[in-house]
Design a protein around this ligand. Structure first.
Ligand SMILES: C[S@@+](CC[C@H](N)C(=O)[O-])C[C@H]1O[C@@H](n2cnc3c(N)ncnc32)[C@H](O)[C@@H]1O
Length: 219
């Protein structure tokens, strides 16, 4: 049973505009998000190719989503979620606008994305790899933290690459309006085994930081 504690919400003085168009429960990407997290067969080669093509197209305009305000939930997660220090794997990194923050606060980052268009337009000087988070080209136990910012959760792969004692960092920059959104309890529930964690909101965003519970660590 997951032990997830909610911390007080944080107000952000100028949180900026919410993303246009709510990514509510009926948003197609929300449905994909839940299927990938909870359903066997929720991801396939065909779906992977479609999602890669979608984000290749969006990569040309994705910079319009980037702002300092959208970092508020990540900064709060780093401050109050205490993810620790160690090598980071950032999944679904997009343009890597958050990656320098992760490097500063947690440790060196390998940033992974399915979309070559995103990676080609990403912040320079970031170690980035084209890969499918559903079948990562990374060894088991390699990550001190696995970070997902508006990114799909592939529970088995996240669990596989996370080192013992490591943390999972989950951020939705516009909270429930984020198309790729899961509530914190659902993130912990989707991950194999028992997890504990904290979550909160900062401005428009939502975050959670999770660890395997001691009794579910098998070594
Ligand atoms: C909503 S965007 C978020 C990008 C970035 N994290 C941000 O917040 O701006 C989702 C990203 O996940 C990537 N993505 C989707 N499916 C993926 C998968 N299976 N493996 C790795 N990346 C994936 C997309 O290409 C896209 O860049």
């Amino acid at each position: 049973m997951a032990d997830i504690i909610r911390l007080e919400p944080i107000d952000v003085p100028d949180p900026g505009e919410e993303a246009p168009g709510p990514g509510g429960p009926d948003h197609p990407m929300r449905k994909v998000t839940r299927q990938v997290a909870f359903e066997e067969g929720g991801w396939s080669g065909e779906r992977s190719a479609k999602v890669a093509a979608l984000f290749d197209g969006l990569s040309e305009i994705w910079h319009q989503n980037i702002s300092d305000e959208r970092h508020a939930p990540l900064l709060d997660a780093l401050a109050r979620g205490n993810p620790g220090r160690g090598p980071v794997v950032e999944l679904g990194c997009g343009l890597c606008d958050s990656t320098p923050l992760l490097e500063r606060h947690i440790g060196p980052v390998v940033a992974v994305d399915l979309s070559m268009g995103m990676l080609q337009r990403a912040t320079p000087d970031v170690a980035r790899v084209r890969g499918d988070a559903g079948e990562l080209p990374l060894p088991s136990n390699c990550a001190g933290s696995v970070v997902m910012i508006n990114a799909l959760l592939f529970p088995e792969e996240v669990d596989r690459i996370l080192a013992p004692g490591g943390t999972v960092v989950w951020v939705n920059t516009v909270g429930e309006s984020t198309p790729i959104h899961l509530p914190a309890e659902d993130v912990a529930r989707a991950l194999p085994g028992d997890w504990s964690g904290v979550w909160s909101t900062a401005g428009h965003g939502l975050w959670g930081v999770f660890r395997r519970s001691a009794e579910s660590v098998t070594g």
